[in-house]
Design a binder for this molecule. Structure first.
Ligand code: 5GP
Ligand code: MG
Length: 184
């Protein structure tokens, strides 16, 4: 079975633009701390912050979870924030909310730091897999239970640099069938 092109880069661009427009409205006059969850959010985060029309500070947190395509269910904060978060407006940027365990851990960790506000922006939601409730303030796409790669999302650390998002179906023997197009 061939990996299926699920979300084209152009659709992603449009969605990121719409998210940025809403964030620009809600945060005008503020100077939020934008916190990306590594590694999956790095491309989404880079595209999003460049569309924000106010000064931002950027930080990253890193979690351990996920091996291959199955959640271990175990989540632990590996690297926390370096900037002070107290009384700051914090916007967390996540690639996918799946079971919700990872992002709940991040949000709980940050809320203990007593920020002025704490919101979540996620590119993709997979609500059918949720194990703990999560409020997503800004959401790009809702998808069924598929394993996604591309636009920052990996399979065994590969495919993060694909501009589009693909789904790997059960039984896919060769994710290598995805073609990398050289643009330059
Ligand atoms: P959760 O704790 O919500 O189950 O898992 C969230 C994290 O697992 C996401 O931030 C993402 O990094 C990873 N993840 C969840 N679903 C997928 C997927 O379909 N593809 C990839 N590459 N990573 C995923
Ligand atoms: Mg992630």
């Amino acid at each position: 079975m061939v990996p299926r092109l699920l979300i084209r880069h152009q659709e992603i661009e449009t969605a990121v633009g719409n998210l940025a427009a809403r964030i620009n409205q809600d945060y005008s006059g503020k100077n939020p701390l934008v916190v990306g969850v590594l590694k999956g959010s790095f491309i989404f985060m880079a595209d999003l912050v460049r569309l924000l029309g106010f000064p931002v500070e950027v930080e990253f947190v890193r979690l351990s979870s996920y091996r291959g395509s199955e959640s271990s269910g175990k989540v632990a904060m590996v690297n926390g924030l370096r900037s002070p978060a107290r009384a700051r407006d914090i916007l967390v940027v996540e690639d996918i909310v799946d079971t919700g365990l990872s992002i709940s851990c991040v949000m709980a960790h940050l809320s203990r730091k007593k920020p002025a506000s704490l919101k979540l922006c996620a590119l993709v939601d997979k609500p059918s897999r949720r194990r703990v409730p999560v409020t997503i303030d800004y959401l790009g796409f809702t998808v069924p239970d598929r394993f996604l790669v591309g636009y920052g999302l990996d399979f065994n650390e590969k495919f993060r640099n694909l501009p589009d998002i693909y789904s790997l179906e059960e039984g896919d023997s060769a994710p290598g069938a995805i073609t990398f197009v050289r643009r330059y």
